[in-house]
Structure formats: structure tokens, C-alpha cells
Design a protein around this ligand. Structure first.
Ligand SMILES: Nc1nc2c(c(=O)[nH]1)N[C@H]1C(S)=C(S)[C@@H](COP(=O)(O)O)O[C@H]1N2
Ligand SMILES: [Mo]
Length: 258
């Protein structure tokens, strides 16, 4: 029932063309999110994987569908001294760390990521706040990076740690930074990218420069921006609020499948 409600909700979003805002769509507020969903998370995830299959692709669109301006949301600039220094030198010193339960920890520069095979996809981003936007993303499939790192058999989740401090409630004795997680099925999905371009341009700061995740079968909050470290873990119980992500720790459901 919850799943149907949500499908109805996004169905409505997709057809509300009268409300289109420069290619981005906006619909009215949702009172039922996220409390209603939290209770049926396991059910929803199981049902979606049964219906759509583990490897079903998210819809892809044509160039004509691309929104002239992709809406930015959440953090628009981490604006920390470290981040600003990286922006100032074009992310030359930026490194993506991949560690945790892997046989071969990695430290990749932006140039190394860009030198790997790339994928480009035109997809629709759906935010729980009730807007969607179509954009073209280019990046390295996460599966290629994970294959290089060679996850150990105990690994079950992929954690993404971001550069933007979230302020507000103190979850762990230090300032909480945005973070997220995916299970291995989503992480190895062919449309799950470490994206470094939006609409053919280097990823702009508001959209997560230099690298953000695109996990196209998942809602907006499962697409972490400003990712600097990836960690494979057996469980996220011990990480921050223990729910697997910044918004999950505030009550959103961990399963953010569309
Ligand atoms: N690091 C980080 N990633 C984030 C967020 C954020 O605030 N910080 N917001 C999330 C939410 S709720 C959405 S809808 C998308 C927005 O992506 P965009 O700014 O490229 O539209 O990023 C997600 N990833
Ligand atoms: Mo969002």
C-alpha cells in the first residue's frame, strides 16, 4: 500500500507538466513522507527487487528532455577551508580513497578516474521534496572502481563520505558530514556512477564537484555529492546515527528506491 502510494506520487510528478519549471518539475508538499515509508522499508525493497529485478535499468531519456537548468538542492557549497583550497587549484590535490573491507585500498586522482572507461546517461532525478529534473551524467561506473579495490567476502554495504558539514544536531560528538550508503546490488548496478560531469561540463560546485554518486534507481538523497572517501563495511550500525546515511539518521528510510 505504501509502495503504491509512492508510485502514485511519482507518477503524478511525472505527468504534472503544467507545473514544469524550466525542465524541472515541482509538485505540492507531501505530508506522508517519510514517516509512512519507514515502517514498510523491508517490504518495499523486497517488492521492488522482485518486480523490477536486481539489474533492471532506470529509464534513460533523450537530449531533448534535458532540463535547461538542473536544479541544485541541499548543500550548494561545502565552503570549508579545505574544500575551498581544492576548488582554487582545480581539484589537482583531490584524492578519492577507497578502503574498509577491500583487498586493495585505492587512492585515485581525478585524472585517474577520468582515464577509466566512462558511461554517459540521461536520467531523471527525483527528490523526496517533490521535484524532478532530467540531466546528462558522465562518470566512471562504481563497479569498475570497486573491482579494482576487490571487496572482501564480508563486505555488504558501500559507504560514501562527503566534504560538506551539515551543522545542526550533533550525532556522534563531532560535526556530522553528509554521508550515504548503498548495498552491493545498487553499487554494482551499471548505472551507478562516480559522476564528474553534468550536461557535458565538469561537475559544478552546487552539484557536488568534483565527484558525486549517481544511483539512478534511487531517490535524490541517495546521490551523495562531494564524495571523498568510500568504505566497504559489513554493517553501518556503528557509523554516526547507525541508519546508513545523514537523512536516514533524521528519519528517512534507508531504502530509497524509486
Ligand atoms: N553531500 C551532499 N550530497 C547530497 C545532498 C547534500 O546536501 N549534501 N543532498 C541530497 C539531496 S536531498 C538531493 S535532492 C540531491 C540534489 O542534487 P543536486 O544538487 O545535484 O540537484 O543531492 C543529494 N546529495
Ligand atoms: Mo532531495
Amino acid at each position: 500500500m505504501v509502495d503504491l502510494k509512492r508510485r502514485h506520487f511519482f507518477g503524478a510528478a511525472a505527468s504534472a507538466s503544467a507545473l514544469a519549471l524550466g525542465g524541472c518539475r515541482d509538485i505540492s508538499q507531501t505530508a506522508w513522507w517519510p514517516e509512512v515509508l519507514a515502517s514498510a522499508e523491508g517490504l518495499t525493497k523486497g517488492a521492488e527487487r522482485l518486480v523490477s529485478g536486481s539489474w533492471a535499468l532506470a529509464p534513460e531519456f533523450s537530449k531533448a528532455d534535458i532540463a535547461p537548468e538542473f536544479r541544485a538542492n541541499g548543500t550548494l557549497n561545502p565552503n570549508t577551508p579545505d574544500y575551498n583550497a581544492m576548488v582554487a587549484n582545480g581539484f589537482r590535490d583531490w584524492r578519492l580513497q577507497v578502503g574498509g573491507l577491500v583487498a586493495h585500498p585505492l587512492k585515485l586522482s581525478l585524472a585517474q578516474l577520468r582515464a577509466m572507461p566512462s558511461r554517459t546517461q540521461i536520467t531523471r532525478h527525483d527528490c523526496v521534496e517533490g521535484w524532478s529534473c532530467i540531466g546528462e551524467w558522465t562518470g566512471t561506473q562504481l563497479r569498475l572502481v570497486l573491482a579494482q579495490a576487490n571487496p572482501l567476502p564480508a563486505a555488504r554495504f558501500v559507504m560514501f563520505y562527503c566534504d560538506d558539514p551539515m551543522g545542526g544536531s550533533d550525532l556522534s560528538g563531532s560535526v556530522p558530514f553528509y554521508y550515504e550508503s548503498l548495498d552491493l546490488v545498487e553499487a554494482f548496478h551499471p548505472q551507478t556512477l562516480l559522476a564528474y560531469q553534468l550536461n557535458g561540463q565538469d561537475l559544478p560546485v552546487p552539484h557536488g564537484a568534483p565527484v558525486r554518486v549517481r544511483a539512478e534507481r534511487q531517490l535524490g538523497y541517495k546521490q551523495p555529492k562531494y564524495v571523498h572517501r568510500i568504505e566497504l563495511v559489513k554493517s553501518f550500525d556503528h557509523i554516526n546515527g547507525g541508519k546508513g546515511g545523514y537523512w536516514e539518521d533524521q528519519g528517512y528510510t534507508w531504502w530509497g528506491g524509486i
